[in-house]
Design a protein around this ligand. Structure first.
Ligand code: S3P
Length: 433
């Protein structure tokens, strides 16, 4: 599904509880990696329940341009990987759309190839910082150019034989970590990446489960040159998508919702702990481990919420869920503070600014900080809301609108196409709308 068939505006008519069971689309981070790691594996891989949005479609198109053979199956694909040697020079620019993960991980892969590639994307992507990956890749020997001395796409990557490096990342970023590790898997020597606080660790878990030469020691990851075996994977559902429904159920009276088969990786479900602290009735039941990832269900019922503080080492585990958690804070009693989250300013929109604007529009007291927000919970009122071209802002304000008496609307709805084009259908399913 793409954003082409989506309405440009979504309307809401009052409070509707979220009830029943729901399986949201496959996790976006795991889906990107599943497509990439299948393309680079030795042999035929089957990947099912892939994320349905445009971001992962951009990764799939990029690998098709790089000469990787794949066939679509219902909800996924079969890919025949041929290792790092199986890629060929793309005959056109690789369009990564709105997807930072596609751009940054792919640049790490292409840095070690023996050909030239050019990566670009939409206006939001072209404004996002790339020095954080270009600097370590240049130190490994890659030749990369781009606007602002390589800080902004379009990026021109002239792949080279790479040397291992020790990289101490200044930001807790899974995209930076994964980029350097994917280059390191093609380099001479042992590449060592350390991060200040643990970011999502899907690359380490998945590659480890598939047999790649990778090991983790605390906040440090080490890789050596090498490949991995073919694999089959049913991608677990996306906890970041689940978070909108979890917050929706927590704030909407009468709700009782089970979200099924969700990735429960601890670096991704910080929002569960935050909601629990706020007084939400939320339970997590782990069912199995798949490709190194714990998977299970999340059960949420409505309960009154109280304010909390989100800061420090917890932030990377909730970074994509802050738009949803800000909505929870808007409905909670008391003053919620979010600190140490300056990374929000370089996401698909400047989320400190866009959350501030939308909560203000809802009549909620909200103060933007350089590294976070202060939110005075109250009684949000029906309003005309906007996505600002950011999928997560669109879904966050939609779950707010669904919990408010009166008529609201969300403009710029097509932005949800990046990660969750069927969100409005799923919301209608669980609200009986
Ligand atoms: C992602 C990592 C995070 C996250 C993004 C997806 C990934 O970004 O915000 O939505 O799949 O590696 P950073 O690594 O830049 O923090």
């Amino acid at each position: 599904m793409s954003s082409a068939g989506l309405p440009s505006e979504l309307s809401f008519g009052g409070v509707r509880p979220l009830r029943g069971r729901l399986r949201v689309p496959g996790d976006k981070s795991i889906s990107h990696r599943a497509v990439m790691f299948a393309a680079l594996a030795r042999g035929r891989c089957r990947v099912e329940h892939l994320a349905t949005g445009e971001d992962v479609a951009a990764t799939r198109r990029a690998f098709a341009r790089l000469g990787v053979r794949s066939n679509d199956i219902v909800g996924g694909l079969v890919v025949t990987g041929a290792g790092f040697d199986g890629l060929r020079e793309p005959d056109d620019v690789l369009d990564c759309g709105n997807s930072g993960t596609t751009t940054r991980l792919l640049t790490g892969i292409l840095a070690g190839q023996s050909f030239v590639s050019i990566l670009t994307g939409d206006a939001s992507l072209r404004a996002r910082p790339m020095r954080r990956i270009v600097e370590p890749l240049r130190r490994m020997g890659a030749a990369i150019d781009g606007r602002d001395d390589g800080n902004q796409a379009p990026l021109v990557v002239r792949g080279r034989a790479l040397q291992a490096i020790v990289h101490e990342s200044q930001v807790a970023s899974a995209q930076v970590k994964s980029c350097v590790l994917l280059a390191g898997l093609q380099a001479d020597g042992a590449t060592i990446v350390t991060e200040p606080v643990r970011s999502r660790d899907h690359t380490e878990r998945m590659l480890g489960a598939f047999g790649a030469p990778i090991r983790v020691d605390g906040l440090t990851v080490v890789v050596e040159r090498g490949g991995w075996d073919a694999f089959d994977l049913v991608v677990p559902a996306d906890p970041s998508s689940a978070a909108f429904f979890a917050v929706g159920a927590a704030i909407t009276p009468g709700s009782d919702l089970v979200i099924e088969d969700v990735a429960l990786n601890p670096t991704r479900i910080g929002f569960v702990e935050v909601l629990r602290r706020m007084g939400a009735a939320i339970e997590v039941r782990e069912r199995e481990v798949r490709a190194g990832e714990p998977v299970g269900e999340i059960h949420v019922r409505h309960a009154p919420l109280t304010a909390t503080t989100i800061a420090g080492a917890e932030v990377p585990a909730v970074i994509d869920e802050i738009p949803a958690l800000a909505v929870a804070a808007a409905f909670a009693e008391g003053v919620t503070e979010i600190h140490d989250a300056a990374e929000l300013t370089v996401k698909e929109s400047n989320r400190i600014g866009t959350i501030h604007q939308e909560l203000t529009q809802l009549g909620v007291g909200c103060e933007p900080l350089a590294d976070g927000l202060v939110i005075r919970g109250g009684a949000p009122r029906a309003s005309k809301l906007k996505s600002h071209g950011d999928h997560r802002i669109a879904m966050a304000v939609a779950i707010a609108a669904n919990a408010i008496d009166g008529e609201s609307a969300v403009r710029g709805w097509r932005a949800v196409g990046s990660s969750y084009p069927e969100f409005h259908e799923h919301l209608a399913l669980v609200t009986g709308a």
